[in-house]
Write a protein that binds this ligand. Sequence first.
Ligand code: ADP
Ligand code: MG
Length: 221
Amino acid sequence: MLEFHQVHKTYTTPQGPLNVLDNVSLRLAAGQSLALMGESGSGKSTLLHLAAGLDLPDQGTVSFENQNVASLPEPTRARLRREQLGLVFQQFHLVPSLTVIDNLRLQARLAKRDDADWTNYLIERLGLHGMEKRYPEQLSGGQQQRLAIGRALAPRPPLLLADELTGNLDETTAGEVLELLLSLVRETQCALLIVTHSPQVAAPLDRCLRLSHGNLLEAAP
Ligand code: ADP
Ligand code: MG
């Protein structure tokens, strides 16, 4: 489903070139789950941005279902993101002017997969039943992140990318949010690439990789 082949990524900084990914190769099959670990600044978010087609490698290829992402024009990449990928970040990125239910349905509609039964089921599973007409600012941090997970899964994407999604939450809430995410991922059989610092999160996943000095190493959680 997702393949990195000998990917290099270098940023230009005032201090000179910064080599973040150095010959990174990776394969993620449909339905597989993978934890990505590594020190702060090791390039985890860079790797996720490349996986989402939000940025392109300097060398090597990133392919989604055997299509080289770099060969697609940006409108096609944007459509791929809307229809095939769920994205969850540390910041919730909800639409503040839309209600809970409209935040969910917007994403589903953009992907042309508006399914009222699925959206209603999601609301129930997210523990947001009865809060459909609230606005994001009327929710707690944990509820907002649950909604962000629901929004990412509303179009039923085959791949979910999550980047330190619990960074803004307290420990108990973080645990609940992760448990919900993992259970919805299993239920929808969606592939998962999750950046996490938590060995408990990584342990039940199919694989755990660590980024270190630009290299991707197989790791034990
Ligand atoms: P992580 O998510 O593992 O903390 P990042 O992928 O965000 O790491 O960043 C890796 C390195 O690249 C860091 O040193 C960061 O400062 C640098 N970096 C990230 N984005 C840019 C950018 N757009 N321009 C220049 N340097 C960047
Ligand atoms: Mg990061």
